[in-house]
Design a protein around this ligand. Structure first.
Ligand code: MG
Length: 202
């Protein structure tokens, strides 16, 4: 399986990091070893001093496909959850300045936390509330209606370049409010008010 991530998919978040609002989806990937299932802790990596959270809605694919048209994309997934795209922001800033790829800042072990999945049956993926609490305080809260590129557009775009496979995950981008983490922080992710994710930083 692979983990496909979208960057800068909420304009308020793009602006908070002084990035341009993109006209096409910004895609990067994480390897299988990045996956961190809900309930497992993340050990603060020794190579960063600025570990950030990015709460994102995550879709799991249940069909293989390439060159998928937007209008058929809904046939390629049936589960959704909430996840964290953990980011070593200091390393990412260094890489961005040099024009280099982001993998060391984005794709490290445990960098893709994911919650329990729920069925997309009867759910409008373009109108989903999601929220991240840290130590019981809400730090990010948005609705998927604020995405620049919705899930079906992302699938059309990504599948032009890569075959999408059963079990692949799509991290759909984070809204404004990203920030730094500390050891002992407790993260909880909610979708439509339902808690699906918890990760402790150790
Ligand atoms: Mg992200």
């Amino acid at each position: 399986m692979k983990i496909i991530c979208i960057g800068r998919n909420y304009s308020e978040h793009a602006k908070e990091l002084n990035n341009e609002v993109p006209t096409e989806p910004v895609i990067f990937m994480k390897p299988k070893n990045a996956l961190l299932m809900t309930g497992k802790p993340l050990f603060y990596p020794e190579f960063t001093d600025d570990l950030h959270y990015e709460c994102e809605v995550v879709v799991r694919l249940n069909k293989n496909g390439k060159f998928i048209q937007e209008k058929f994309a809904h046939k390629y997934y049936n589960e959704v959850s909430v996840g964290i795209d953990f980011t070593a922001r200091d390393l990412q800033e260094q890489q961005k300045k040099k024009g280099l790829p982001w993998e060391i800042a984005k794709a490290f072990d445990g960098s893709a936390a994911v919650g329990s999945f729920i069925s997309t049956d009867g759910i409008d993926l373009n109108n989903l509330d999601f929220e991240l609490k840290i130590n019981d305080n809400t730090v990010q809260k948005s609705n998927t209606g604020n995405m620049l590129f919705n899930v079906n557009k992302i699938i059309e775009y990504a599948s032009k370049y890569f075959t999408l496979n059963i079990g692949d995950l799509i991290y759909t981008g984070t809204p404004a409010g990203v920030g730094a983490l500390n050891v002992y922080d407790k993260l909880e992710g909610y979708l439509q008010g339902e808690k699906l994710l918890n990760v402790d930083i150790r």
